[in-house]
Write a protein that binds this ligand. Structure first.
Ligand code: FPP
Ligand code: MG
Length: 323
């Protein structure tokens, strides 16, 4: 991913270890060997790229990048409990490593740490916005839970879940960069377009996640959403096109040991392409947001221009990513 080159150093030097502070040592230790290990670091990358595009130093963006990844990790601690997951990123999940009760509490502690560290930045609006994001994450997860077991999930319902569960935090990452930028007069316009960019990118990201869910027929991870009872974007498209599949898919929905699938590779291919097309529409909107930001920001120096190119590269990468 060459487009990440301008911020590679910032990503590498981002310290995502949770110190003991005044907490019982067991809790940071548990987090540091589970939800805080690995991951794509996409949210910090968005903070640093949008920051650099708008002339904000990596040093200034650092606490926000850390807050974004910590918030994401806290949500994963809770998500693994909700999903009764046992593996994440090739390691045992936090709940499997400890217990559901301890995983929930550890997620709470991580979220509290985000609030402590963000409040040290002294900008109430930023904390206010992130608190709204946490509300969105909870509502998104809740809505998704209610969609489990439902065969007639529509793409509109899935978009609502994606906006809240996935796109809201990505949107915050971009918006916060505009918030701390030194564009006094055009700041609110920039914040609006940066937030919209992050949201469009996040929705497309979730759609492509659902495409990836159907990538490895014959492997353990194939159709994980169906096994967990969820009709995702690809399956929703397939069922709308082929209603005769509703009964056989209903029969396997939520069954984790399924190995024989009622659809053909050809059926699936068309739906995968339809979802890829749908994601492309959101990515085109994200590109439009970027050009509006560029028009307002009028970047002149090398690093800013390079970061705009990187953000465009990130948009293009979305439909090609494999994990
Ligand atoms: C991963 O979803 C989960 C999320 C992106 C958000 C989950 C949000 C909550 C559990 C609400 C609580 C939030 C906080 C901040 C405490 P997934 O199951 O589709 O993806 P996965 O395959 O990575 O598990
Ligand atoms: Mg999960």
């Amino acid at each position: 991913m060459d487009f990440l080159a301008p911020i590679q150093h910032s990503i590498h030097s981002l310290d995502l270890v949770l110190r003991t502070n005044h907490s019982i040592p067991e809790i940071p230790h548990l987090l540091n060997r589970t939800v805080l290990v690995g991951g794509k670091r996409l949210r910090p990358a968005l903070c640093f790229l949008m920051g650099q595009a708008l002339g904000v130093s990596a040093e200034r963006m650092y606490p926000f990048a850390r807050a974004a990844e910590f918030t994401h990790s806290a949500s994963l601690a809770h998500d693994d409990v909700v999903d009764s997951a046992v593996m994440r990123r090739h390691y045992k999940t936090i709940n499997a490593e400890s217990s559901n009760k301890k995983a929930v509490l550890a997620g709470d502690l991580l979220l509290a740490r985000v609030m402590v560290e963000l409040s040290e930045q002294g900008d109430v609006e930023i904390i206010h916005d992130l608190s709204l994001v946490v509300e969105d994450l909870v509502n998104g997860e809740w809505l998704q839970m209610d969609l489990r077991g439902q065969i007639n999930t529509t793409s509109d319902k899935l978009i609502e879940v994606s906006k809240r569960k996935t796109a809201s935090l990505m949107s915050w990452c971009c918006k916060v960069a505009a918030r701390v930028s030194s564009y006094e007069e055009s700041r609110s316009e920039l914040m609006k377009h940066a937030a919209a960019f992050g949201e469009n990118l996040g929705i497309a990201f979730q759609m492509m996640d659902d495409v990836i869910d159907f990538q490895s027929m014959g492997e353990k991870d194939y159709a994980k959403d169906i096994k967990e009872g969820l009709v995702n974007y690809v399956m929703s498209d397939l069922l709308a096109r082929k209603p005769q599949l509703q009964k056989p898919v209903s029969d396997i929905l939520g069954k984790s040991d399924t190995q024989v699938w009622p659809w053909t590779e050809d059926d699936l291919f068309t739906s995968v392409e339809n979802v890829r097309q749908h994601a492309t529409q959101f990515l085109m909107a994200a590109k439009e947001n970027l050009s509006q930001i560029k028009q307002i920001a009028q970047p002149k120096d090398g690093p800013s221009l390079q970061s705009f190119t990187s953000l465009e590269g990130l948009v293009d990468y979305m439909t090609m990513r494999q994990n």
